[in-house]
Design a binder for this molecule. Structure first.
Ligand SMILES: N[C@@H](CCC(=O)NCCCC(=O)O)C(=O)O
Length: 257
């Protein structure tokens, strides 16, 4: 049986003088091996993409992290050089994709930059260089060469009992996650419910209020250890089941039957 397909908006990267539409392999691997879905990388065009033409052909939306930041003009702020690097083509693709997926009830999992885009797409704002604020931890990517160490699970996060995220993870309370971000949700969008926070108050997970389907964002990176970490694996399993159900294929167990 063919796997359902999820849309993942590309980043714009310049490699050897050429412009590439690119996505990190770790998201595609977690989608395929744990959520058991295929990924369609959506090209990022600054003048936008045929969003509904894409969504007509997929069964879910997965929004990846990125070293770039959402442009502050999209949440009513003046952009400063320090707010970059930017990727306006990614912004122009990802935000409408998020909005339309929620409107259409298409399962949505938003990770790191993705939760920030989700918040901005629904009317919220972001804070930059959060580590410079009093009492805040340093959530930034560890300055080490090995990616396994960059994505090391190292930070406690508290998941609200009875939340959507708790339901998908199969647990609530204290979990351990990785952390690679300089920005975070400042003003939470009206339609988002905060479902997990770090000890310094940083918002680590949200769900869309009254969503018609799976619609959550996390500030950490479940994709990186999705095959081995229980919490990460549970979230990708739940996302994959929501995608299969949306596609009419039922849950993993039903699909395997
Ligand atoms: N740029 C935003 C989002 C951070 C994010 O998505 N990090 C993923 C890792 C990116 C990398 O490999 O550098 C922020 O900094 O808050």
């Amino acid at each position: 049986m063919p796997k359902p397909i999820v849309a993942l908006p590309a980043d714009i990267r310049e490699i050897d003088g050429a412009v590439w539409h690119a996505a990190p392999n770790q998201y595609l691997q977690a989608a395929l091996k744990v959520a058991e879905v295929m990924t369609f990388i959506v090209p990022a065009f600054e003048d936008g993409t045929e969003i509904d033409a894409v969504l007509d052909r997929v069964d879910g939306v997965l929004i990846s992290g990125s070293a770039t930041n959402v442009h502050p003009s999209l949440y009513g702020r003046q952009a400063k050089e320090a707010d970059g690097p930017f990727d306006p083509a990614r912004d122009a693709t990802s935000l409408p994709l998020i909005q339309r997926a929620i409107d259409r009830g298409i399962p949505l999992l938003a990770i790191c930059r993705g939760i920030q885009e989700l918040n901005v797409a629904l009317g919220g704002t972001l804070a930059s260089e959060i580590q410079d604020q009093p009492g805040m931890w340093d959530h930034r990517k560890p300055n080490v060469p090995e990616r396994d160490h960059m994505y090391a699970i190292r930070q406690p996060v508290f998941v609200q009992e009875g939340s959507c995220i708790a339901n998908y993870l199969g647990l609530s309370g204290k979990i351990q996650v990785n952390s690679l971000h300089r920005q975070a949700i400042a003003q939470t969008a009206p339609r988002l419910k905060v479902e997990a926070t770090a000890e310094d108050g940083t918002i680590e997970a949200v769900s869309v209020i009254d969503a018609r389907n799976f619609a959550v964002g996390v500030q950490w990176h479940p994709e990186y250890w999705a095959e081995t970490d229980t919490v990460s694996r549970a979230l990708f399993h739940a996302f994959g089941d929501a995608v299969r159900t949306y596609a009419g294929r039922g849950t993993r167990s039903e699909a395997a039957a």
